[in-house]
Design a protein around this ligand. Sequence first.
Ligand SMILES: Cc1cc2nc3c(=O)[nH]c(=O)nc-3n(C[C@H](O)[C@H](O)[C@H](O)COP(=O)(O)OP(=O)(O)OC[C@H]3O[C@@H](n4cnc5c(N)ncnc54)[C@H](O)[C@@H]3O)c2cc1C
Length: 391
Amino acid sequence: MNTDLIFDNTEIAFSLKTDSELERAYFLFKMISIEPLVRIGTVATNFAIKAHLPIEGLIRSTVFDHFCGGVNEEDCLSVIDKMYDKGVSSVLDYSVEGKENEKEFDSAKDKILKIIDFAKELNAIPIAVFKPTGFGRLSLYEKITKGDKLTVKEQSEWENVVNRFDAVCRKAKANDVAVLIDAEESWMQGAADSLVTQMMEKYNTEKPIVYNTLQMYRHDRLDFLKVEHKKAKIGKYFLGYKLVRGAYMEKENERAEEKGYKSPICKSKALTDENFNAGLRYILDNLDCMSVFAGTHNEDSSYLLMNLMKEKGLLNNDPRIWFGQLYGMSDHISFNLANKGYNVAKYIPFGPVKDVMPYLIRRAEENTSVAGQTGRELALLTKEKKRRKTL
Ligand SMILES: Cc1cc2nc3c(=O)[nH]c(=O)nc-3n(C[C@H](O)[C@H](O)[C@H](O)COP(=O)(O)OP(=O)(O)OC[C@H]3O[C@@H](n4cnc5c(N)ncnc54)[C@H](O)[C@@H]3O)c2cc1C
């Protein structure tokens, strides 16, 4: 492991936080570390939103402002500027979820196109992102993934999905802005993967513009990467990958058990970690035609990537390598990496408060269930609070 441990510098990690923001973050992580509170809070919040109770202000001043940049892109600008001053770039993540009709899919596509235009003008936003289910129904992806025949209506719906992907990737290439395409549930991912490969073939001819996401908690992803590599060599295009561990583990395991098939998820956390790190190594060994965006809050994997870069004699800011974290989490990784000149970007979720609630609830649940992560945030915040008191 790297002897040059950098992530424990809390002065750099929290340099953008005022004392009161530090207190708020501490209070928030303390609250979400209490599992029953998150469960009750989730039910109560969902109820209050459905009943149109006036709780938006409360949500905004607590979880929303900590984990989101604002309700629209302009709202996020001050956060984007402040982070960029410290060398951390932004990926504007339109986090409205669960919309299921053509009008809403078109409006999500228009939103991403607008962000790519915005990004063209701002060095602080070198990368855009979208979710496949933001552009089409999950059940449609699922049907294609299963190999079922589509009805005529569904075929035309799918054409719309393809056209939305194409419009975004085309604009990304025209504006020289990379676009990350998130990965979701395994039962819909096959259709998304094929479509993203098509986009890579078409738009990654000179460099990686379109990035697929590999969820390395899936035991088949390393083989998938190798197969995609072979195809890209033959087709002479570049590959871009966001590497993550994966966010739908419980859902995946439950569904596999319910339906009686083998779970696509690695059997243990250690195996997921091994797989993630193997993915990093594979990409670093093939940088002639691949780029990586390592979306992780895991310190060991981040140090591993730094070490691999060092071993290969790469510059810290090699344009083929990015580190990524979510806004409101793991600032100790993001800001310390940026301070050493690495390419770092944080996903900044935004959208109307009630529409980003599913995203916020996932963050709260993740921080409750991911062993160690909340404890780590609290320990770092405590350290920084103490450091400031001694000044
Ligand atoms: C910038 C960014 C973009 C992201 N984009 C996506 C995306 O497109 N799609 C997506 O699904 N997720 C995405 N995520 C979320 C990500 O997949 C993880 O859920 C989250 O980052 C936690 O993993 P970690 O690498 O930070 O490390 P850790 O906290 O070390 O690992 C936690 C992860 O390990 C895995 N794990 C935990 N226990 C077990 C077990 N018993 N067996 C097997 N595996 C286990 C799970 O994937 C769990 O989330 C993104 C995260 C970031 C930071």
